[in-house]
Design a protein. Structure first.
Length: 262
């Protein structure tokens, strides 16, 4: 099983609380993401809310990362660094990735947000990326394999003429931020380790309008599409149960998908 941790029933409660807080923070962002706000102000809002709820921002200082969240705008695929100089404009799309540590447990989730009015091309990308996440979660059940998750995501994205980023993946999580397994968002049915009850991991597909290739900028963190095409991502943390799975990071007010483009 490549040292994939198997957690006990009692551990689910810790993950529920951490995931609920992460979702609560993301829910609150719907009210502050507007044209003219800097990504640094979004970071500061999340940082303060994390601390106010007795938790710690997991990314801050992690392998040298300088901020408390990731803010990835337009063609940034992931790991965008918040900055006071990055001001959101109407028409932008942004992924915000929040991970908290609450009572030792990690809650990790990201969502897409829209800034002002966006075009139909960006709207469709966000919609399909969200559906990719749901299709991956649907097959994350005992007896299936991790290749089944990647296969379903890849098949759906490519059927819509989008590409799946290969350079980053989901991961095991719990009391440690990143553990086995690596959850690829592409693959073949029945390949990889078997999914078993007690596993905790993220599914977080990154989907591009253009080609799948990415590059890392000189800051050592920010990943962008090589062809500068738009990219989108959604992420949930889930736990595998005896009969299926439990999503720990569900929205607390049903605002998980951007309400203003439904």
């Amino acid at each position: 099983m490549n040292n994939i941790p198997i957690h006990k029933f009692k551990d689910f409660e810790g993950m529920r609380k951490a995931g609920k807080l992460t979702a609560k923070i993301l829910d609150e962002l719907n009210d502050i993401i507007q044209p003219g706000i800097s990504t640094d102000k979004i970071n500061n809002f999340c940082h303060d809310m994390i601390l106010d709820n007795g938790a710690t921002p997991a990314p801050l200082g992690y392998r040298g990362f300088p901020k408390s969240i990731c803010t990835s705008v337009n063609h940034i695929v992931c790991h965008g660094i918040p900055s006071e100089n990055k001001i959101l404009q109407s028409g932008d799309i942004i992924n915000i990735d929040v991970t908290v540590i609450l009572n030792g447990w990690h809650g990790d989730s990201s969502r897409m947000f829209v800034v002002g009015r966006i075009n139909k091309k960006a709207e469709n990308l966000i919609k399909i990326t969200y559906e990719c996440l749901l299709k991956g979660i649907e097959v994350a059940i005992p007896g299936n394999h991790f290749g089944d998750i990647g296969y379903q995501i890849q098949k759906y994205a490519e059927s819509k003429k989008y590409s799946v980023v290969r350079d980053f993946c989901g991961h095991g999580i719990g009391k440690i931020f990143h553990t086995p397994p690596s959850v690829l968002h592409f693959g073949k049915p029945n390949e990889g380790d078997e999914i078993k009850p007690g596993m905790f991991f993220t599914i977080e597909p990154m989907i591009n309008i253009g080609k799948k290739e990415v590059k890392i900028l000189n800051d050592g963190w920010t990943a962008v599409t090589r062809d500068k095409s738009l990219s989108a991502q959604f992420e949930h943390t889930i736990g595998i149960t005896e009969k299926g799975n439990e999503i720990f990071t569900l929205s607390q007010n049903n605002s998980y998908f951007p309400l203003n483009i439904l």
